[in-house]
Structures are given as C-alpha cells and as structure tokens.
Design a protein around this ligand. Sequence first.
Ligand SMILES: [Zn+2]
Length: 312
Amino acid sequence: MARGKPISFPPEAEELPSPVVDNHTHFPGQGDGAVELPDGVEVLPMDVQVGRAERAGVVGMIHSGCEYPGLEHAVELAREWRQIAAAIAIHPNEAPRHAGVTEVAPDGWEQDLADHHREVSLEDAIGRVAELAAANPEQVVAIGETGMDLFRTAAGGLEAQRRSFRAHIALAKELDLPLQIHNREAHAEVLDVLQRDGAPARTVFHCFSGDAEFAGVLNENGWYASFAGPVTFKSNQELRDAARALRPELVLVETDAPYLTPAPFRGRPNAPYVMTHTVRTVAQEMGMELTQACQVILANTRHVYGDWFTQA
Ligand SMILES: [Zn+2]
C-alpha cells in the first residue's frame, strides 16, 4: 500500500468459472463483539457483501461467531441470509479470559479486560454454544473456531485453552458437527489433544498453517486443510507445498476475513469476494484446471458442512 493512500477494500475480481464456498469468515460490524476494521474503513453492508461474493462465484459463506457476545448474532445472520451459515465457539484466546486468566500474551497483545462478558465462566460460555448449536441445526453447520494458540496465550492460560478445546471437540461429536480448528504455533499441542480425545468425524484445520509434512498427518487421518490468503504470499512456499501434498479431497478454501487478504491486495481489508485469488493459487498447487479445482473444493465443502448454500 502506498504511503498516505487510504486503506480500502480490494476491487471486485473476475468471477470464478465454477462456484465455491468461503469456509470461514467473520463479517465485521455484525453484532456485539464483532471483529473490527482498520480506522477509516467503512463496514460493507450485508447486501453488498453477499452481492459481491455471488458475482465472484462465492455462493456460500460460513460466518464464525467465536466470542460470547456474537454467538446469537451469528445464528441470526445465518437465518436471515440463505448464502450464510454459522460456525460458533469460544475462541482459543477468549477461553483463558472466561477462566479469569489476565496474563499478557507472549506477543504483548492485551485484551480489554473491562469487557463484562468475560465474567461469564468458561463452562457457561461453552454451554451457551452448545445450547444454540443444538437449537438451530439449520443455521449452525460447524463448531469453531476452537483449538490452541501459543502465540497469543501466555503459559497461565494454556490449561483453560486446552480444556476449552476438549469441550468443543466433545460437543462437535455429540452434535455430529464438523470442527474448525484454530492452530497458531501449536501443531504439537493440537495433535496431542486430537490423538488423546479422538477427532470428530469431520475435522478442519482452519487457516491451515502447516508444511508438507503436516499435510501428511492430515492425509493419514482424513482431516481437512482450509487454505486462506497466506498461501498466496510469496514468502509462504511451505504452504503451497502443503497444498500440493494434500489429497485433493481434503482441500478447502476460506478468507478468515477481514484478515489475511490474499496477494496482490495484502494489507487491505478482506471479504469473501476477494477469495478468488486464493482459489486460483490453490488450484495451481492442486495441479488442476481452475474449473475442476473449484468443483472439487465445492464437493469437499458439501461433504463437510452439508448443502445449505444450494438454492432451493
Ligand atoms: Zn477466524
């Protein structure tokens, strides 16, 4: 981004030749505790988000509501928009806060501890996730994001984070829902929990951050990798190698918007319609023609999350 130029959303991109679904996104400005955009960037209204996505060939989007105050709104969004479904959970970096841990993160990140929703205990917060998921089977298509994050959680918070991860795994199994895993610099810890507890039948590594070797672990277990914008960054050859190594039937794509905008728009806010750039990169690594890759990715999406995005 040129100095002094205001940050804005990327332009609309050429439509994909065959439809795909954004497996994991966050719509900014939607409900309390919603993710925030950089200063000066205006929230796109939902009809603009959905319209742009459809024009790009992104026919469905899974909005992850992963902070306590945003759980209900995630379900409402999914009820309101045929193109949107919800994934709900208590985020791995929220779990220690609900458990009363106030230690500053290793990266110096400090949450606003005044937020009163963290007075809700971790057990009650996860209980609310369970209640909403069970009561809204048409809207809630996954439990997530949950997992481990050694980048943003200090040593004192790891016990609560692990406890939360395990509770979400149990919930996904109980409700027979797919699990979306957040794994930040925690490969060994995440694998340890999955191996001890047993992974849900459909397990997705959201914003996959492993290498080809880690992709091999997914291949062995039948776990999915959902690739986000970083797979397009020049420096991340390792991620492209992983996409190449993964069995094609385990490949998913997402934005994790408004973060992780793909090249060539890195640094600008992200949205589902911008996912086309990531899909093109992943298709190349899958060694497939773009249309075929989109079809495979869509079939995988259906297999994991069902068919809610198909127009009746
Ligand atoms: Zn996310």
